[in-house]
Design a protein around this ligand. Structure first.
Ligand code: SF4
Length: 619
């Protein structure tokens, strides 16, 4: 039962289901019988966090251990935050309703930069001091994982430890060390020393950062015996890593409320803007049998009627057709549909369309990313207009009437001609639809182009480039709107000010920590929600601290410069990133990994070659 204060708060907020827990599939344990308690914190709302596959994976892994208990914590929406503050309810975990301070480890997942101050909001609501140096061993250990750890230096002063890479094996190792340290009653410094020996574990306070007079980094110096470079943790064989089969089924709509089966991890493509593509190298697949069995178990355990085959690039799975064949044997009988959220336009075949449309026909979504071939070559998006044309014609013949295309603007070397190319690509797709003699009678086509602002990210070949200025991005957005002439084309574009802040934090360093605390105090959190984003307050705070945001977002980083993330290694060598950057400037492409290895260095993580190559594929 809820205590009276919580009951009162729930009566006064919208969507109380976000805060009650008790959904089918959540795990309860006797807290007197567990030796380690882990609060898995997602720094966004329940609906966003419950869509996140990583949390489902780690929740299941940790809770399989009888004497550990992993629970969930999400950021309350504004109304609930106000009620919790009014009624003095500390931030609590959904399962036990215990406050964050009751846990041994409080772990945040860092999925995007605009969630950073939401972490501060959650610590604040939990009554936990922000700075790691203000917390001794009587406080929970505050840790972080997820892709943004690749440069979470702006948050470095807040976290006791951060985990680079994949958590399936690493997080249980961390929990075991904390459990043992708790038994022995060791102090926090000793615990941190022990944790820093686990592969991929990074203790920021063990590294001293010094700066040059012009603001660039002078040196990053390890102490306390910490390694000079921290290497990410990786699962070598995905077929030995079980898939989660007991999702918690949310009682109020999550953004992705369906069964998710991760078919592969990593990506072979090497698109030069894509951070995930480099962080998760090399690509590793799961076998068809394992995937089919996991999908069946998940549907049986949860009652979901949609299975999403999840990955960065699902159509690159070498056995995708076999996977779909197996699933098509049982899914129609069970009224279960398949969705393939990340498809490539260049390997979307007729039979793939046939195998997915057997069950449900929806719009096609593809990401050409740039409007001209030259710019697609610059970013290494190895697709041509002929491939776009072939796939769209095939889809239209098959009865599809809507296409959604994702593009970016502000890409390195971009000109107004490339912006016009976005509109021209969409127009050519509209024309293609009307050129089809068998198009459905009375139905018109809808082409939606969604244009994001490019944010240069660490650990990519574009980490060196400055972000386009806001003025330039706004000008390009206007030019695109004027270049689109058909009502069959809908244009959505992202707000350039959120992308600017994202760039500042993506390439930021430890000097940004006090700015974040001050901005949070002024009400800046849940920044990825447009009704909560206060750009003016952010800019005012940067000015107060004398921080030049352009230094982070709009400056060219020297190819040999020490970056805030130079000591964090994800397997891809610096030399490779420089090589790829130089090739980009010449609009030269690089082959996908499964056709030809380009020597990025990530194979060293596996201890052998990433792929077996047949001679006829290698060019
Ligand atoms: S080592 Fe070669 S095949 Fe492996 S991820 Fe790097 S480029 Fe791709």
């Amino acid at each position: 039962m809820f205590d009276p204060a919580l009951r009162e708060a729930l009566a006064n907020v919208q969507k109380p289901g976000r805060y009650t827990g008790g959904e089918p599939g959540c795990v309860y344990k006797d807290k007197e019988k567990v030796d380690l308690r882990f609060a898995f914190c997602f720094p966004d709302t329940y609906e966003v966090g419950m869509s996140f596959l990583g949390e489902k994976i780690l929740y299941e892994i940790l809770n399989q251990k009888e004497n550990w208990w992993c629970e969930r914590v999400f950021m309350p929406w504004l109304d609930m935050k106000a009620e919790m503050e009014r009624l003095h309810i500390p931030l609590y975990a959904l399962e036990s309703k215990d406050p964050l301070t009751a846990f041994d480890i409080v772990g945040f997942t860092l999925q995007y930069e605009l969630s950073y101050t939401t972490i501060l909001a959650m610590l604040d609501l939990g009554g936990i001091p922000f700075y790691a140096k203000e917390r001794d061993e009587t406080w929970p250990l505050i840790v972080a994982g997820g892709p943004c750890v690749c440069n979470a230096e702006p948050l470095a002063d807040f976290f006791d430890m951060m985990m680079l890479g994949e958590g399936e094996e690493q997080l249980p190792q961390v929990c075991a060390v904390v459990e043992q340290a708790k038994k022995e009653g060791v102090d926090k410094q000793e615990l941190l020393r022990r944790l820093s020996r686990i592969p991929g574990c990074y203790v920021p306070s063990f590294y001293e950062v010094s700066y040059q007079p012009d603001g660039r980094i002078q040196a990053i110096t390890p102490r306390e015996g910490a390694p000079a470079v921290v290497h990410k943790a990786i699962i070598k064989d995905m077929n030995r890593q079980a898939l989660p089969t007991h999702f918690i089924v949310p009682m109020i709509g999550a953004i992705h409320d369906r069964a998710q089966v991760e078919v592969l991890r990593g990506c072979v493509r090497g698109c030069r803007f894509c951070q995930a593509g480099f962080l998760y190298r090399p690509m590793r697949e799961r076998g068809a049998e394992m995937l089919d069995k996991a999908a069946q178990d998940l549907c049986a355990n949860t009652g979901y009627e949609e299975v999403s085959l999840h990955s960065l690039s699902t159509s690159d799975h070498s056995q995708l057709e076999q996977v779909l064949d197996r699933m098509n044997e049982w899914m129609p009988k069970e009224h279960v549909s398949i969705s393939l959220p990340s498809l490539r336009i260049d390997n979307f075949s007729e039979s793939l369309i046939e195998k997915t449309t057997k069950i449900r026909k929806s719009g096609l979504t593809f990401a050409p990313e740039a409007g001209t071939q030259r710019l697609r070559d610059v970013i290494n998006k190895n697709i041509t207009w002929e491939e776009i044309e072939k796939t769209c014609s095939m889809a239209f013949r098959d009865g599809y009437t809507s296409v959604k295309l994702y593009f970016m603007m502000g890409l390195p070397t971009e000109t107004m001609e490339d912006i016009e190319g976005i509109a021209e690509t969409a127009q050519k797709i509209v024309d293609l639809y009307y050129a089809n003699p068998d198009k459905p009678k009375g139905k018109s086509v809808q082409v939606t182009i969604s244009v994001a602002c490019f944010v240069p990210k660490p650990h990519t070949p574009f980490q060196f480039v400055p972000q386009d200025t806001e003025e330039s991005l706004k000008e390009k957005q206007q030019h695109l709107l004027h270049s689109v002439r058909s009502r069959k084309i809908r244009v959505n574009y992202h707000d350039s000010s959120t992308s600017f802040l994202e760039a500042v934090f993506a390439k930021g360093d430890r000097r940004l920590a006090p700015v974040m605390v001050a901005a949070y105090r002024k009400g800046c959190y849940l920044d990825s929600w447009s009704d909560c984003f206060h750009y003016d307050r952010w800019m005012e705070t940067f000015r107060e601290f004398g921080i030049d945001t352009a230094f982070y977002a709009n400056r060219f980083i020297g190819l040999d410069e020490i970056t805030p993330w130079s000591h964090l290694d994800y397997g891809v060598s610096h030399e490779f990133l420089v090589r790829e950057y130089k090739k980009a400037l010449e609009a030269k492409t690089t082959q996908p990994c499964n056709r030809q290895c380009s020597g990025c260095g990530a194979n060293l993580l596996l201890g052998g070659p990433c792929f077996e190559y047949s001679k006829d594929l290698v060019q």
